[in-house]
Design a protein around this ligand. Sequence first.
Ligand code: PLP
Length: 437
Amino acid sequence: MAQVYPFTDPKQAEEKPPTVMVSGHGCFVTSDQGKTYLDGVAGLWCASLGFSNERLIAAADAQMKTLPYYHSFMGRTTDRTNELAAKLASLLPGDLNHVFFGCSGSDAVETAAKIVRFYWNAKGKPEKKHIIAREAAYHGSASTSAGLTGMDYCHTGFDLPAPDILRTGRPHYYSDAKPGESELDFSKRRAAQLEDLILEIGPERVGAFIGEPVIGSGGVIPPPEGYWAEIQAVLKRHGVLLIADEIITGFGRTGAWFASQRYGLQPDLMTMAKQLTSAYFPVSAVAISDGVRAGLANLASELGTFGHGFTYGGHPVGCAVALETLAIYEEMDLPRHVQRLGAYLEERLAPLSNHPAIGDIRVMGLMGGVQFHEAEVAKAALEACEERGLLLRRIDGTIAISPPYVITEAELDQLVDLLTESLQAVAGERHLEARRA
Ligand code: PLP
């Protein structure tokens, strides 16, 4: 036993080692036991073009043969890195015209948090450093990013979060609204809660708010009606920057190029990764607005450098893969493609909402959540899916669905049929047990 596995109980892994994947094709992956699974979550919400895209493989191969590596430090960069920065700037909404490259979602969030500090120092407001994140947020597992994440399991034992991280309520209308409360009233309540927190700490001490436009790993939670408009009004009132974490939602997942466009966010900073390369190469990016870039440039110039960077950031092979991924997305008319398949998924899942074990079903593009009344039933259903050759993911009582964009309608049928069959098997058994008891 050599590997310490992420987000895994090490002792349990000694008794039940992880499933070993050895190959992939289309939306399917195969284990060393010869079992093939339909991957209904595209790995970790990321393998958007499936597991055997020849064009991405060819793009990586060609770049490997031309220039397999060069950095972007101290007066050097690569043609591919520049090309990708320009391409992203052309796709990004609003005045997000500048890009900083990294290698993982977590490092993108670390970079965004450091830019917030640097920016407010540049503006002569060194006290304005607290960052507000939400319950149920997932922003990564390095230090600041793990602190911003709203799950205890990312904090306990790691002495996190640091005291400059503050927490406000999650936008989970289905689970957290008061009886009779409308979506809009719930959004207003969450915005008021945020404003109370800012006023308690002092607006001069709050630098930024970070949020996923649609929460992913915290339970597939879309914003309720009016949520982002209410939140942004509070942030504007108190001069607090907005970081949109689009690491899951960026590049089409919700049926728009960026979920910020779908939900009307105007972020100062945006983090991206995952679907940027269809996960074929680890590339992340932070998009930076004109205003933040100007502040950053002033201080960095005064200091003689922007003292931040990663050896592999802007890796030319990763950038070549990203450019090819974006070209494929454009050819497939990405937003419309995802909207069409998302509507089909929603239609196929709808009958499940009548099942007594299911509480709520939420679908935004090719991002779905099926919330059960009991987490134990969701857990059993997930295991039953896996036995039947379907990989999904459970977050407490919610089963998350986020298939590759190359999934066909027939494969979506297969996904929903296997989920339904698994649900019948476990929920049926529980009903029998209840009747026996
Ligand atoms: N932010 C969001 C919204 C994520 O979903 C994730 C990963 O799932 C991250 C950040 C961290 O990305 P990574 O695992 O690449 O560090």
